[in-house]
Design a protein around this ligand. Sequence first.
Ligand SMILES: NC(=O)c1ccc[n+]([C@@H]2O[C@H](COP(=O)([O-])OP(=O)(O)OC[C@H]3O[C@@H](n4cnc5c(N)ncnc54)[C@H](OP(=O)(O)O)[C@@H]3O)[C@@H](O)[C@H]2O)c1
Length: 250
Amino acid sequence: MKAVVIGASGTMGSKIAGALERDGHDVVGASTRTGVNAYTGEGLEAALEGADVVIDVTNSGAFGDENALGFFRQAGRNLLTAARSSGVEHYMTLSVVGADRLVENDYFRAKLVQENMIRSSGLPYTIVRSTQFFEFFDGIVNAFATGGAVKVPPIAVRPVAADEAASSIAKLAGESPQNAVIELGGPQTIDLIDLARELLTATEDSRQINLSPEAPYFGVELSREGVLPVRQTISGQLSFHDWLSRSMAG
Ligand SMILES: NC(=O)c1ccc[n+]([C@@H]2O[C@H](COP(=O)([O-])OP(=O)(O)OC[C@H]3O[C@@H](n4cnc5c(N)ncnc54)[C@H](OP(=O)(O)O)[C@@H]3O)[C@@H](O)[C@H]2O)c1
């Protein structure tokens, strides 16, 4: 199977391309640094030639970027057009669990638009919505820092290791298109405050952590379950605790 990963130099793209190679697939990694620009369309046709599967893991730049909608709309349109004309049999993308509940945030709304374009494209597809990756919690917790304290909303999370998510996505790429949204998450639901405490303790960060019922999650007011999967069908095995211990051990 020939798989083209668009965004292959990125955090997830590099892991997914690696997992596809380990699974024995013929992988083409593309991004602007290989002359393939999903936003302008440059190099797309050549990159997708003979592809069985396309996995779009491009990103719009900084998280929370207001230009996310413009990026995902234009890149999605170009990618879908190129995939259709090269006869791609399976179109995949990585989205976010709760994207449909987080639409007040520009970035998550853009991800939902990206998903909807794929759903209505007529191409056979699999959309993988993942929960947050363990690797991102440093940034997530810091997003709730105010002054010398960290004030987190009372929400629960079900995070997963990025490597496990990448392996699952590669595996799905080798299967038939699901023509559905697949939810992928970790093995445990944890209150964000407990995860934040464990992370700060492990990194010897002495900032105080408090619950702040008024703190929105990236601009969105959520219930405790707001970013949890509704029907998680793929689960990572590694717990946050074990991942953190391994990361700290170097
Ligand atoms: N569920 C979740 O929590 C979750 C977590 C992570 C990611 N995701 C999704 O997965 C995707 C990838 O995230 P990431 O963190 O891996 O992103 P990232 O590290 O920022 O990587 C983005 C990739 O896109 C490429 N790129 C950017 N603009 C491009 C363009 N115009 N044409 C072609 N390639 C372009 C970049 O390479 P160049 O700079 O070489 O072009 C890079 O390879 C995102 O859509 C994100 O929403 C979801």
